[in-house]
Design a binder for this molecule. Sequence first.
Ligand code: GLA
Length: 470
Amino acid sequence: MDNRSNDGHLPASVLDAQAALYDSELLATERRRYEDALRAFSERAGPGATVFVRAPGRVNLIGEHTDYNHGFVLPMALDKDTLLVVRPRSDTLVRLWNIEEERFPAHQFTIEREIPPGPLGDWGNYVKAAAQALAARSSVVRGMDILVSGAPPLGTPRAAGLSSSSALLVAAALAFTRLNGIVLDTVDFARMCSEAEWYVGTRGGIMDHFASVLGQRGHALLLDCRPRLDAGAGRAHYVMEPVRIPDGYNVIICNSGVQRQKTSSQYNVRVAECRLAVTLLKRSHPAITHLRDVSAEALALPHDDVLALIETLPERLTMREIDADTALRATLAALNTAFSAEQVFLPRARARHVVTENERVLTGVCALRAGDAAAFGALMNAAHESMSRDYDASCPEVDALARIARAVPGVLGARVTGAGWGGCVVALAAQSATGFAETVAPAYHAATGLRTDIFVCRSGPGASFVGDMP
Ligand code: GLA
């Protein structure tokens, strides 16, 4: 740990590590960002040794709301990350600052087995979530002084469905883990991070954290979200494979600027709808434990019969109907989430989305491997329609943005990415296509009155220490 903060200059080990992490044209600005963060840290915590830790956000190319159904996803880590300047402490205190202090006010808390969360949506909760997860694994977890620098364009855009919050959690967890000498296998670490995030009140899946931890430059990550028990090691492992983005194409992200208020509660309702669908399908097909199992292969049925099976699910279920059925009632109770008495659940449409989305991921990966970007683009469009219609996880602005993006010559497909209900559209476009932003931004503004931020995104490497590490 030799990042002396006294003169604000970065040591050679940090400069070397940056050269391996970031694109060469960004190195000078990254360097300034690190220096600014170091300076801001020492202004608050005083001079002394520090380390840098970073974790990227992610964009999901296809496979939405499939992860918590043990299905398939294809995210890629962004070349935009959340950076932490960290100094370990000898006590259990965590002092947390953000370089954007006005938007993200400072926090201080003590590491305990149960750390009381701040209000819903508070940024400090993601660091508390990481600390509490570590406290559950080790009886002695020392605290840290942390300064966070995550402002775009080098940082992941916030409130945009690109997992900037998960990136903060992953970076903080990496620091807590390593600075406390706790040894965890990468996959165990990623999984711990995903479960840690339940602390903030959303029953999310594993995709965001796996992408942030295991991302590889130039690749998306095909991840099979079904854990397999490794009998020898007594723990779960996952099947995953890097998938190259074919040469000649850009992944473009357009932020709709729409942030829905109730995303977390809507998300939890979708998780419940999928579980209810499983409970009902199990009655005729006991081998189904997750919607992932509703496939021609797993059920040894013709594809049309699988689709017909989904159509046997009820279109709507009320709380009263669920209460009257012991198994459905137990399914909801197991989620440990409060739902209003007026909540209506739509298992049929939700199952239709998840089952067809899993098929689209697997077909899409074959298309990418064969260099057939057009086929992949068509699947992205179909995935958007399914998210919008069957999963009801889009919104008029995002639908408009996807439609406008697709109409640009050279664009092969465009879809909502992430949890939905706002956030970003991801598009795949031929590199030869020009004028994307110049066409999409004014057309989106004319259609919705909103501005969109557009950027070409390259896949970056997963979370890491930068420079000397403990
Ligand atoms: C959020 C969750 C992920 C995943 C996506 C939807 O990003 O955190 O686990 O479920 O939504 O695909």
